[in-house]
Design a protein. Structure first.
Length: 178
């Protein structure tokens, strides 16, 4: 018997090989109860997720305000504009505490003259083989694919296609192909 989208009570009882009375008095009430419980659980999950999203959005807003305050203390107005343009080019929502390994609960102390260190620009790998060896060394040094992608992007290493930016997936695929 081909599947249909709807069945009469008699067809459904015949399909299940039970009487219509059994279907109506025993099976359907159980199905309704199970469906009501599933619906309640689903709605509860949606409410919980909605509350979690609101909490994260508020936390993100507070972090953004603190970041802006730090930028005002550290960067000149023209530098802030450049940093903002870069941030808009590739927006990302990250947990700064876990990425930077710092606690942001306490306001960081900032001196009048901030100390900023910049890694010297590394020489770009000339060949795919050199690139593979460099990435393999970083993996041996226990860098994640995300960290490797960030290093490649900060060194302005072009992707294999020459388009776009490195991400963890591209690094991982490159390593699997070798």
């Amino acid at each position: 018997m081909p599947m249909k989208t709807s069945y009469s009570m008699k067809e459904l009882a015949d399909l299940l090989d039970i009487g219509e009375t059994t279907l109506q008095n025993q099976i359907i009430p159980v199905i309704k109860q199970v469906m009501a419980e599933i619906l309640d659980d689903t709605l509860s999950t949606i409410v919980d997720q909605s509350e979690r999203i609101e909490f994260l959005e508020e936390e993100n807003r507070q972090l953004y305000e603190r970041l802006e305050a730090l930028e005002e203390k550290v960067f000149s107005p023209s530098e802030r504009e450049r940093v903002r343009r870069l941030a808009e080019a590739e927006p990302a929502m990250v947990d700064l505490e876990s990425v930077l390994g710092i606690e942001l609960e306490i306001e960081p102390e900032i001196s009048d003259e901030p100390e900023i260190t910049v890694e010297p620009k590394k020489e770009l790998p000339a060949t795919r083989h050199e690139l593979f060896n460099q990435i393999r060394q970083w993996r041996i040094d226990e860098f994640t694919f995300r960290q490797i992608a960030d290093k490649l992007n900060s060194n302005h290493t072009p992707t294999l296609s020459g388009r776009g930016r490195w991400d963890a997936r591209k690094v991982q695929r490159f390593m699997k192909k070798r």
